[in-house]
Design a protein around this ligand. Structure first.
Ligand SMILES: [Mn+2]
Length: 391
């Protein structure tokens, strides 16, 4: 029997508030489903964080529905647990997974499922404060597991060995009589020996945080396929959105010594060290040189004060606005807004739109000035009166 194991799909996540990034996460899920069908898997395990939130958008719900239905049409089971992102903490609240009759959703009330001769046990994410509760559940499941030949445990937890800063379970505290530990939560790809077989984190399908770039370069992104009879794991790679990390010396960059490039559509994490007075010129050059990027995250380090200013979630639009603001110091917000908008139309080559926008802007401005003059004229009249007029 072939079992696909995935986790941390975070569907509905809109990274950098970009619709392209939201779509990337859906597409990754659908590509994974394509591969699972191609390979001919019998079941899929999802080890938590199927959704980004416990109250997903309709778009995210529809994408999961489509994925589940495609698997169901091929007779492929979908077994899932809740992760820390899609868990509902309020008592009696219903998690989004409950919408789909075809998801075999393992919970503390119904933690097991048997398919052919394989025993699946799974529990939702437990925070560190509840780890003793989790360990008690695990003891019970471990005893039950002994009645079956092949046993798989599904959890969404950080384990001390791989995440020593913030973990909920000590490595050795997991029961030792399972053949496959289908883990989720850590977004890196990990395969280790444990118990009677393997402990595996497939990681996320897309880069959810830039801190995942290093592991992605080493291990790729995707899911695993576990062959139960042969006790073998296959790594299936998917192509996530490209993320590039660039470190720049600002002054060298301005002199043309450094020449950063980026592939079309990539997300760029850019570290710049430079003197504050050169920021705007550097930004301007970056916009030209990296115009292919989908998004640029800038971390700039001030050479004089040696402090790092992190500018996260910065879109090209926002960068452009910053440059315009620097050039238009002393102008009002309205005037800066006008310049930003007119530039957008001109960049698109939309002269008619730009004209219409400019006319509307100046019409409003003139009308506003007229009414302001009226007000000052009135105020002037009042000033001209003597105190006697008011008594
Ligand atoms: Mn996650």
């Amino acid at each position: 029997m072939l079992i696909a194991h995935m986790a941390d799909t975070h569907l509905g996540y809109r990274q950098y508030n970009l619709s392209e990034r939201e779509e990337d996460f859906y597409n990754a899920m659908h590509r994974a489903v394509d591969r699972i069908i191609e390979i001919g898997c019998d079941a899929v395990i999802h080890s938590g964080d199927l959704f980004e939130e416990s109250k997903p958008s309709v778009r995210a719900l529809i994408n999961v529905r489509d994925a589940i239905e495609r698997l169901a049409e091929e007779g492929i089971k979908f077994i899932a647990i809740a992760g820390n992102h899609d868990i509902v903490l309020r008592k009696d609240a219903i998690p989004p997974h409950a919408l789909y009759k075809k998801i075999i959703f393992l919970t503390p009330k119904n933690p097991t499922y048997v398919y052919e001769d394989i025993f699946f046990a799974g529990l939702p994410y437990h925070s560190k404060a509840h780890s003793s509760v989790l360990l008690k559940y695990l003891q019970k499941l471990s005893i039950k597991a002994n009645n079956y030949k092949r046993r798989i445990l599904i959890l969404h937890q950080a384990i001390s060995k791989y995440f020593d800063l913030n973990y909920e379970i000590e490595f050795g505290d997991l029961p030792k009589n399972f053949h496959y530990y289908a883990m989720g939560h850590i977004h890196n790809r990990i395969v280790d020996r444990y118990g009677l077989g393997y402990l595996a984190y497939p990681g996320s399908l897309e880069i959810w945080k830039t801190s995942e770039i290093d592991d992605y370069k080493k291990h790729g992104k995707g899911f695993f396929v576990f062959n139960v009879e042969e006790m073998k794991i296959d790594k299936i790679d998917l192509e996530p959105r490209k993320f590039i990390r660039i470190v720049l010396d600002g002054e060298k960059y301005l002199r043309g010594v450094e020449n950063p490039k980026c592939e079309p559509g990539a997300v760029v994490e850019l570290k710049i060290k430079c003197k504050p007075e050169n920021y705007s010129r550097i930004y301007e050059k970056i916009l030209r040189d990296l115009k292919n990027a989908l998004h640029i995250v800038i971390r700039r380090e001030d050479k004089d004060s040696a402090k790092e200013i992190v500018i996260e979630n910065r879109s090209i639009d926002e960068l452009e606005r910053e440059i315009i603001e620097e050039y238009m110091k002393g102008y009002s917000k309205k005037e800066i807004d006008f310049a930003v908008n007119i530039l957008k139309y001109l960049k698109k080559g939309d002269i008619e739109e730009a004209k219409a926008f400019a006319e509307e802007f100046f019409d409003k401005l003139l009308n506003h000035e007229k009414s302001e003059k009226k007000v000052t004229a009135k105020a002037g009249n009042i000033k001209a009166r003597t105190l006697d007029d008011f008594i």
